[in-house]
Design a protein around this ligand. Structure first.
Ligand SMILES: Nc1ncnc2c1ncn2[C@@H]1O[C@H](COP(=O)(O)OP(=O)(O)OP(=O)(O)O)[C@@H](O)[C@H]1O
Length: 261
């Protein structure tokens, strides 16, 4: 109860701060995550939209989370490419750290699939995965692994794909052995992002799937994919020999099934 009141009070403080002390106007709250809260702002002069992300007040006394929050800002600054939000400014408001970044005006794949009911063919799914891997390669080249490439964190608009939420990202650890991975989701190398890309691809493919029987089967049985595509996804998911790096994953996309443009 006290925590809820504290958050509510802080929410008003942020609103007032934005309206009275910055060049932005407050538009709305975008969402509350486990570590932070995101607000949509508009810059009064340019009319451009931005996102203010701040730490939740209940985490204020956790030193480790302050470091993670600071690391998230540093990583966004280090990546600095058009399809990843740039940090506009950062600060603290009553000891609560926040930063303001570009707003990605696009649709998440979660919205596309589950809200709008969009479907993706095999060719389209592989084409989108190819574009995602190209973006992921750029991030890995900067020494960073995202570790949370889920459908709510990948957006699409007329400029292509965008990745948000570097809250779980880590610096790549070059000393990890590819063949000794226990938890592919958390590992601090390319394996983690490729594992999530494998799941992302399965979400795209399942958008086109209509169950014909009650019994749930494995994705390999349900999706009826060509063997080359099954092999490819199994390698992404580390169910068989994982890719040595992200470029190898990109070059191994089964091109026979890619959309002809
Ligand atoms: N730069 C951005 N552009 C557009 N939308 C954004 C941006 N950053 C965050 N959002 C949106 O704001 C909401 C909250 O994002 P945030 O990253 O704070 O938390 P979360 O992803 O919900 O939770 P968690 O990080 O704990 O998994 C999400 O709906 C996300 O899509």
């Amino acid at each position: 109860m006290w925590g809820f009141m504290k958050e509510k009070k802080y929410h008003h403080l942020v609103r007032n701060y934005i309206e009275q002390k910055t060049d932005f106007h407050f538009i709305k709250e975008l969402g509350v995550g486990s570590y932070g809260v995101a607000y949509l702002l508009i810059h009064s002069k340019s009319g451009n939209q931005y996102v203010l992300k701040r730490m939740k007040t209940k985490h204020l006394c956790k030193k480790r989370l302050h470091e993670k929050f600071q690391q998230e800002i540093s990583m966004l600054n280090e990546i600095s490419i058009p399809n990843i939000p740039s940090v506009y400014t950062q600060g603290k408001l009553q000891d609560v750290p926040f930063y303001i970044m570009d707003f990605v005006d696009g649709k998440t794949f979660e919205q596309a699939i589950f809200k709008d009911g969009e479907t993706f063919t095999l060719a389209q799914s592989l084409e989108i995965t190819k574009q995602l891997l190209e973006l992921v390669i750029t991030i890995h080249e900067k020494g960073i692994v995202h570790r949370d490439l889920r459908i709510p964190n990948i957006l699409i608009n007329e400029d292509g794909l965008h990745i948000i939420d570097f809250g779980l990202a880590a610096y790549l650890n070059p000393n990890l052995k590819v063949d000794k991975i226990n938890n592919p989701k958390k590992v601090e190398n390319h394996i983690s992002d490729l594992y999530f890309v494998g799941h992302f691809l399965l979400f795209l493919l399942y958008s086109n799937f209509t169950p014909t029987e009650r019994k749930e089967r494995s994705w390999q049985e349900e999706l009826q994919l060509p063997i080359g595509v099954i092999d490819y996804i199994e390698r992404l998911l580390t169910l068989r020999s994982p890719f040595s790096n992200t470029k190898e994953a990109l070059n191994s996309i089964p091109t026979d099934f890619l959309k002809k443009t």
